[in-house]
Design a protein around this ligand. Structure first.
Ligand SMILES: Cc1cc2nc3c(=O)[nH]c(=O)nc-3n(C[C@H](O)[C@H](O)[C@H](O)COP(=O)(O)O)c2cc1C
Length: 387
């Protein structure tokens, strides 16, 4: 097993192992990728405040997210096509997460179905839905999530229309891949991935194909998604989806304090300050820069979490310091999964946990709940650079 000391190590192996089409699918933002870059670059501008002679024994990163005990306040974000990064990828990621003691979120656009993941997991996971204009499908998929024992519904509210990602168009991205000459040449160097993929039947969108009206095979799927994302979404419809579920709800994709107020007003158990990992509105502000204002606006009404750009436990610490009660990681776990399957997701979580624990100690804190603004140094003008 290679020596993995940081998330970047996993990313290097991931890049070697997984077809370019799926690496590019994850490692991209929309249009110029400015927001995608800002998400990580803005974390790098924040400094940690070193403290000394503070008793660091008996530390713990344990916390709670929407009332659920977690080993650290880090959940796996919903990531579409995870089962193309590694065969049965959603099952592998869910198992790694539950063993580590952090929540796993299954995307609607997953390869393994809700039922598949539930059959292979021993703890409840969260299910993410998109806001679709098909009430029948919404009802059925929410019911499937309920039957599968999902413990929270993540409603993604920042994708009424798909942001354009140039690389996906250029690569002819599809699941499973179409065997064009460039794809075959690439696959010739990714045989480990290919052999694993031949060994599984899960190669299509498991939650949709065979479940949505008119989608019986993968080729009818792209037409279905283009038609079904609800361009007419409004707050009433979000409330309807929340009512349909009736359990814990996380609204993901909030990037404006006014929207955060509305989301909190609807009674969301948590909101995720997010720009979809820079994959939707290019030119939008980074999540970490927007977090403090949103936390100040609604942090006493709902749990405020964030995602976008987290590649280390130090980033988690910075997000907690600037007002998040928890975070989601997307690419950081995908790198691990693509590199080494379930063991790679576990390794990604171990790396992040260790970095969080040691950094927290060296900042003079022994509990994540006590991490706050006192632990970071933010450049002058960082938080009000844009108005
Ligand atoms: C490859 C990929 C696929 C994604 N698919 C979904 C999805 O199906 N549903 C969703 O709500 N968010 C999706 N997201 C966004 C993530 O949930 C999360 O917001 C984002 O990855 C956080 O940024 P990070 O990757 O820098 O951690 C996706 C992100 C990536 C990278």
């Amino acid at each position: 097993m290679p020596v993995i000391t940081c998330i970047e190590d996993l990313k290097r192996i991931y890049r070697r192992r997984v077809p370019k089409m799926f690496y590019d699918y994850a490692e991209t933002g929309s249009w110029t990728e400015q927001t995608f870059r800002d998400n990580t670059a803005d974390f790098a501008q924040i400094r940690l405040r070193q403290r000394i002679a503070v008793d660091m024994t008996g530390r713990s990163t344990a916390s709670r997210m929407i009332g659920q005990d977690v080993a650290m306040p880090v959940a796996l974000a919903p990531v579409g096509l995870t089962g193309m990064q590694s065969a049965d990828g959603e099952i592998k990621a869910a198992r790694a997460a539950e063993k580590f003691g952090v929540p796993f979120t299954l995307s609607t656009m997953s390869i393994c179905s809700i039922e598949d993941v539930a059959a292979h997991a021993s703890k409840p996971f969260w299910f993410q839905i998109y806001t679709l204009n098909d009430d029948d499908f919404n009802k059925r998929i929410i019911e499937r999530a309920r039957v599968a024992g999902c413990s929270a519904l993540v409603i993604t509210v920042d994708l009424q229309i798909l942001g354009q990602r140039h690389k996906d168009i250029k690569n002819g991205m599809s699941a499973p891949p179409k065997f064009t000459l460039p794809v075959l040449l690439d696959l010739a160097t990714k045989w480990g991935w290919g052999i694993e993929m031949l060994g599984t039947k899960r190669r299509f969108f498991g939650n949709i194909v065979g479940h949505a009206d008119g989608v019986s095979d993968p080729s009818s799927l792209s037409a279905w998604t283009a038609e079904k994302f609800d361009h007419a979404l409004n707050w009433d419809k979000i409330r309807k989806l929340m009512d349909m579920w009736g359990g814990k709800v996380i609204l993901k994709g909030v990037l404006d304090p006014e929207d955060a107020e509305k989301a909190a007003g609807l009674g969301a158990d948590a909101i995720v300050v997010s720009n979809h990992g820079g994959r939707q509105l290019d030119g939008a502000i980074s999540s970490i820069r927007m977090l403090p204002e949103i936390a100040a606006a609604v942090g006493n009404k709902t749990e405020v979490w964030m995602d976008g750009g987290i590649r280390s436990g130090q980033d988690v610490l910075k997000a907690l310091a600037l007002g998040a009660k928890g975070v989601l990681i997307g690419r950081a776990f995908v790198y691990g999964l693509g590199a080494m399957g379930e063991a790679g997701v576990t390794r990604a979580l171990e790396v992040i946990h260790k970095e969080l624990d040691i950094s927290m100690a060296l900042c003079g804190e022994t509990r994540v709940a006590n991490v706050g603004r006192q632990n970071v140094l933010v450049p002058k003008g960082f938080l009000d650079a844009y108005s």
